[in-house]
Design a binder for this molecule. Structure first.
Ligand code: ADP
Ligand code: MG
Length: 680
């Protein structure tokens, strides 16, 4: 297949090793990268100002005559040049200069210069202005001069020269089909590039130029994801037919009816499972909305067809909790469900591994590490990943977890951190998404209270009284980033403080460093009401479900992210009694921290919080590690450019249908080596 001319290595433009090194360090590998390395701003070198019109801090061009020049040693060797025009005089200062530059500053010569005026110690001056010889027959430069982002050692004029060379030696074919471009009212490729790199004037920098780049970028992203989706439909997965016996048995045995939303997403998932290509579905829904039962129903459909299921949780604690719950649900249906933890003796672990590969175990629950490691299944049909905030795992998973007869298992990912729609349409376009947008009825909700840190003692008193009255509380210790041991110290100190202040309460401690067996004993005691207060580090963030707990205190809440605060808070108010969450904050608060806490204080709905979180942090940060596998958008913002996102989606489908090769070439041009999916 021929590739677009701009998909050529940048070595076509220069062979100088130093320059190439700098270009690479800026991430410019191909001609295409260079032409999309856009100016930060433009300078108008042809617009001559009188010296008296310059203001400190502003740049501009002037025509001046040299009055005098002098080399001073003060202490560095410095060239001082005094220049004037009809309106006034300034001095020019050069710290680095070569002897061959001196003739330019011969007194009496006329210069054209461009620089930034500063209020120097001895009066107005310019440091290292650009100076050109000038005589009255010379034409003034026309158009604006681009100023590029660069690095030390790579001068502006080199970037300009290379960019212009790129634009002139290539026959700049428009990579987008002409009819579409016209239908969308977008300018041509050549026009966009030549204007952005050398506009005639400010007026020629019309917004449509950038719109074109945004659309093309989104289109490439959609093409890549849509292509990946299509590839997936060509793979084979076990088709799992719906049977109803055990499903209705499970449902009738639950102490609650499913919500409408749970029914709806279940139907979506169960339908996917009947198809003979792998499902890649994200099940998202706020904390406490009941994702676990939906996942269990999906698992049951697989078990019914005689296939195996693996459920992965991010922590052993959560894996254990899932095991307890699923076992209670599934054992009456005589389905075997086993927990694989690192706490088990090696012999026991290998026995489980053996039984899995022999097909004796239908459902295995464990952490990512345990399950991905070396497990072999005899008939794996579905992988469920709980609390999957760290997307991107799916690709790696496919390498290790294999279905029977070369088939690929279905994949269900669950997340309580909802992805705003615009992001799911762009960065998650390869996945199908099911959303539970309803919390089971009867929950009393959570009241959030803000407590300044100087009122900590009073709050402890309040919590103590509540616990004496039979309530249960979590006390979450501040997160000290990058220091596990400080986190631990802090939790231990807090526990000691509680034991001193409230010797009558039963207090427990939970942190990441505890052996899993201790963790689960502590959790179990708390679950059964044997502990009144649980001091914890953020290990309780994910998934822990103790419906009886009603109080949550988060110390130094200002150090935590919005999603994390929301997750933590979701641990209480799960039962019928409602809950209260106290956020202790240290004063003075930074503006950003104040805004964050305000959002948590004012909103309960995870989607609203996610939206605001995205607005505060921007998509790069919000997406977290998915971005490592997915190139971030540079020009488009899926949120602000939603119109283009929809168009891109529409055209990408059309293009892949009509001319997949051309479409792929386009995606390659934009995504280069960074495209994660086209390689599949
Ligand atoms: P999450 O979506 O956060 O993983 P869980 O699956 O842990 O939520 O469910 C939270 C709690 O709600 C559990 O105790 C679960 O048994 C209960 N639950 C789930 N679905 C319903 C429902 N339809 N009605 C009432 N309670 C439910
Ligand atoms: Mg959960």
């Amino acid at each position: 297949m021929t590739q677009h001319a701009m998909n050529t290595p940048i070595t076509l433009l220069t062979k100088a090793p130093k320059t190439l090194g700098h270009l690479y360090s800026l991430g410019l590998q191909r001609v295409f990268d260079l032409v999309l390395h856009l100016p930060l701003r433009y300078e108008d070198e042809g617009h001559i100002l009188e010296l008296s019109h310059f203001e400190p801090g502003h740049s501009g061009a002037a025509l001046v005559t040299v009055v005098s020049r002098e080399i001073r040693h003060q202490p560095r060797r410095t060239l001082h040049v005094l220049v004037r025009d009809n309106s006034g005089a300034i001095s020019l200062r050069f710290m680095n200069f070569y002897p061959n530059q001196l003739p330019l500053f011969e007194p009496g010569r006329t210069l054209r210069l461009f620089g930034e005026l500063r209020a120097g110690f001895h009066g107005p001056e310019m440091i290292h202005p650009r100076c050109y010889p000038y005589d009255e027959h010379d034409a003034l430069p026309t158009g604006l001069t681009p100023v590029y982002p660069t690095c030390a050692g790579l001068p502006q004029h080199t970037l300009r020269r290379l960019t212009q060379k790129a634009l002139s030696i290539f026959d700049i074919d428009d990579p987008l089909p002409e009819i579409w471009r016209k239908a969308l009212g977008l300018p041509g490729w050549k026009n966009v590039l030549t204007t952005l790199h050398g506009p005639q004037n400010k007026a020629s920098l019309i917004p449509q130029l950038m719109e074109r780049l945004k659309f093309d970028e989104l289109l490439a992203q959609q093409l890549s994801f849509q292509h990946y989706r299509r590839q997936r439909t060509l793979q084979r997965a076990p088709a799992l037919h719906k049977t109803h016996v055990r499903t209705s048995q499970l449902l009738s045995q639950l102490p609650f009816p499913l919500t409408d939303a749970q029914h709806r997403v279940s139907a979506e998932i169960l339908h996917d499972l009947t198809r003979s290509f792998p499902m890649h579905r994200l099940l998202q829904g706020d904390v406490g909305c009941g994702k676990t039962i939906v996942a269990t129903l999906a698992a049951l459909q697989c078990l019914d067809s005689g296939y195996q299921v693996a459920l992965m949780a991010p922590t052993e604690l959560l894996a254990q909790q899932h095991h307890q719950r699923l076992e209670a649900w599934l054992s009456p249906l005589s389905a075997t469900c086993l927990l694989l933890t690192s706490q088990l003796k090696p012999a026991e672990q290998s026995r489980i591994r053996q039984r899995l590969s022999d097909g004796e175990i239908a459902l295995v629950i464990g952490t990512h590490a345990l399950i991905q490691d070396t497990l072999r299944f005899s008939s794996l049909s579905l992988v469920i990943i709980d609390e999957q905030h760290r997307f991107g795992v799916e690709q790696r998973l496919q390498l290790t977890l294999k279905g029977p007869h070369g088939m690929v298992p279905h994949l269900l990912m669950m997340s309580a951190t909802p992805i705003p729609r615009s992001l799911s349409m762009s960065y998650y376009a390869d996945l199908d998404i099911s959303t539970i947008d309803e919390i089971p009825p009867g929950r009393q909700g959570i009241t959030t209270k803000m407590v300044a840190s100087h009122r900590r003692k009073a709050l402890m008193h309040h919590i103590r009284v509540a616990c004496q009255g039979g309530q249960q509380a979590y006390w979450v210790c501040p997160l000290i980033e990058e220091s596990e041991s400080l986190n631990l110290q802090n939790a231990q100190d807090t526990l000691a403080e509680w034991q001193r202040i409230a010797p009558d309460l039963n207090c427990g401690l939970l942190h990441g460093k505890l052996p899993t067996s201790t963790k689960s004993t502590v959790m179990d005691q708390f679950f059964k009401g044997q502990l009144d207060l649980l001091v914890a580090t953020s290990v309780i963030e994910v998934g822990v479900d103790v419906p009886r707990a009603t109080l949550m205190v988060i110390d130094h809440a200002e150090r935590m992210g919005l999603a994390q605060l929301h997750q933590m808070r979701g641990r209480v108010g799960r039962g019928q009694r409602g809950g209260t969450c106290f956020l202790i904050y240290d004063t003075p608060l930074s503006d950003l921290a104040r805004q964050r806490l305000k959002i948590i204080y004012e909103h309960q709905d995870g989607f609203t919080i996610a939206r605001q979180d995205l607005e505060q942090r921007g998509p790069g940060d919000y997406l977290g590690s998915r971005q490592s596998g997915t190139p971030l958008l540079r020009f488009a913002d899926p949120d602000r450019d939603e119109f283009w996102l929809h168009e891109a989606r529409r055209y990408s489908e059309q293009w892949l249908d009509q001319n997949p090769h051309e479409a792929q070439q386009f995606a390659e041009l934009w995504l280069g080596s960074r495209q994660p999916y086209l390689a599949t």
